[in-house]
Write a protein that binds this ligand. Structure first.
Ligand code: CU
Length: 314
């Protein structure tokens, strides 16, 4: 997806590529060198030409040579690796903070003004620091074009930073195998000009007005932006969780521990399903797959989701 324009996409590209090329160069040199030497020795010391084995007792200067040279080479590789890695850990002061929340199986990016986006939208030429949070299992955020990658570990807040240098759209994906739909856990980085970014950033209406006139559309927007649609459909088909179609107001057969119960899907049930999804488990579905959205979704937002569920059943 990212087109090579000859311009580095981020401030880290140069150093990371340099370390890569140095290590690659040394490896190719030894691959070619050792293979050629082996072939040469096979011919030169062929049994037909050397009927009697020569006994070699050892050679101090050779021993020293093949200890010192590899040591220097390894130190050289370390130096390039370190020089590329160290700046990644020094987050510049005043960098724009964005929080990335990973869950099975999507990313969302939360901005300081409360804006939430599925894509990572950033202004060009400004240092960006991303707080990495995982809600369920270990994920890893990877932006190949920027040469940045960092694990996202539940219970830890890690950071990654970069300065995007070229306007464009780049790939972003999870690079830690995190379960069934891991391969769909991807989105885009959109690097915008400062003006375009400001327009996008200050536009806090989640949905365009015309769209929010349609009942339930705000709820659908929330389901999409929170990644609920990774596990739930609206058309009656089963993904990892039950479809939203036909839930509202109907009888649900749920397991409360080992006990089977029938409950009506009313407001309280939907709210509990979202805040405490592992108390009542819909029969035939796995426990502990859906994580709580307490602190992520407000009651008001859940109300909009309920509006959407109602519309689905009309
Ligand atoms: Cu993942």
């Amino acid at each position: 997806m990212y087109s090579s324009t000859g311009i580095d996409a981020s401030n880290f590209v140069g150093k990371v590529d340099q370390a890569f090329l140095v290590i690659m160069g040394i490896s190719i040199f030894f691959l070619v060198g050792l293979t050629s030497l082996m072939i040469y020795f096979i011919i030169k010391y062929n049994r037909k030409k050397n009927a009697k084995t020569t006994q070699i007792e050892g050679n101090l200067s050779l021993e020293l040579l093949w200890t010192i040279i590899p040591t220097l080479l390894v130190i050289l590789m370390f130096y390039y690796g370190w020089a590329g890695w160290k700046p990644m850990k020094d987050v510049p002061e005043g960098a724009r903070e964005i929080t990335s929340i990973a869950r099975m199986w999507n990313f969302s990016f939360v901005y300081e003004n409360g804006k939430v986006s599925q894509d990572l939208v950033v202004p060009v030429d400004e240092p960006i620091v991303i707080n990495l949070e995982a809600l369920d299992v270990i994920h890893s955020l990877f932006i190949p074009a920027f040469r940045v990658k960092e694990d996202m570990v539940p219970g830890q807040t890690k950071q990654m930073w970069f300065r995007p240098l070229a306007i464009g759209t780049y790939d972003l994906f999870c690079t830690e195998y995190c379960g069934l739909d891991h391969s769909y856990m991807s989105s885009n980085v959109k690097v915008l000009s400062v003006e375009d970014f400001e327009l996008w950033y200050t536009d806090t209406t989640a949905v365009a007005l015309t769209e929010s006139d349609i009942p339930g559309s705000e709820g659908l927007q929330i389901l999409r932006s929170q990644g609920c649609t990774a596990c739930h459909t609206s058309d009656g088909s089963r993904l990892l969780g039950p479809s939203y179609l036909g839930i509202w107001g109907t009888e649900r057969i749920v397991l409360d521990g080992k006990e089977e119960k029938t409950v009506i899907a009313d407001e309280a049930y939907i709210i509990e399903s979202i805040y405490e999804p592992n108390v009542l488990i819909v029969k035939g579905y796995p426990k502990s797959l859906m994580q709580s959205y307490t602190g992520v979704l407000s009651e008001e937002e859940i109300q909009k989701i309920i509006d959407y569920l109602k519309v689905l059943n009309e």
